[in-house]
Design a protein around this ligand. Structure first.
Ligand SMILES: CC(C)(COP(=O)(O)OP(=O)(O)OC[C@H]1O[C@@H](n2cnc3c(N)ncnc32)[C@H](O)[C@@H]1OP(=O)(O)O)[C@@H](O)C(=O)NCCC(=O)NCCS
Length: 155
């Protein structure tokens, strides 16, 4: 019998001591990674930041959420390249949705690159809907790339 992802991985709050491990994953995962300063700022301003850890306590994924009046926004969601397709992202999304509900948000929004087919599949499979497009949102090798705007409605 294989262990469920809930048993194999746990979600807890991201703390300052996690930043080096998070940065390592960030740099392996994105062509335009966030800097250490951005992660520290997110913690400082009180965004809701989480990590998924394995049985040994190693950080294998993370997610950051901002919550404003009525609306939550996923700022980053990322899983270590060697630990993908183990439902860690789904586990982190569950936590973000729980957090948004606890703060009375009506929806959870996010931007995603149209070229990021795996992430789009994850979000649409989870129940996010495409609600718009932001022109020239992301840096890209060819200049700029649009973002798809997705929303998960909580009511
Ligand atoms: C996108 C990302 C977060 C997914 O993390 P993950 O832990 O591998 O995702 P999960 O295992 O929870 O996947 C859940 C479902 O999403 C879909 N999915 C996830 N990654 C996929 C991929 N690369 N290709 C196709 N479908 C994918 C599948 O339906 C999957 O279910 P299945 O494995 O049972 O088929 C991860 O690939 C990642 O960190 N990518 C780099 C950073 C990034 O692009 N983040 C999103 C920015 S908007």
């Amino acid at each position: 019998m294989s262990a469920s992802p809930e048993a194999a991985f746990q979600v807890r709050r991201l703390v300052t001591e996690d930043v080096p491990a998070v940065l390592e994953i960030e740099r392996q995962s994105y062509q335009y990674p966030w800097s250490e300063g951005i992660f520290r700022d997110c913690l400082r301003v009180g965004y809701r930041c989480f990590v998924a850890t394995d049985l040994y306590g190693h950080v294998r994924g993370y997610s950051l959420l901002s919550v404003a009046v009525g609306e939550a926004h996923i700022l980053n969601l990322c899983v270590h390249p060697d630990y993908r397709r183990l439902s860690i992202a789904r586990l982190l999304l569950d936590q973000l949705v729980r957090q948004a509900v606890s703060e009375n948000a009506e929806s959870v929004m996010l931007e995603v690159r149209p070229s990021n087919k795996g992430a789009i599949r994850l979000y649409e499979g989870y129940g996010f809907k495409r609600i718009g497009r932001r022109k020239n949102y992301y840096p890209a090798a060819s200049g700029r790339e649009d973002a798809l705007l997705l929303a998960y409605f909580l009511h």
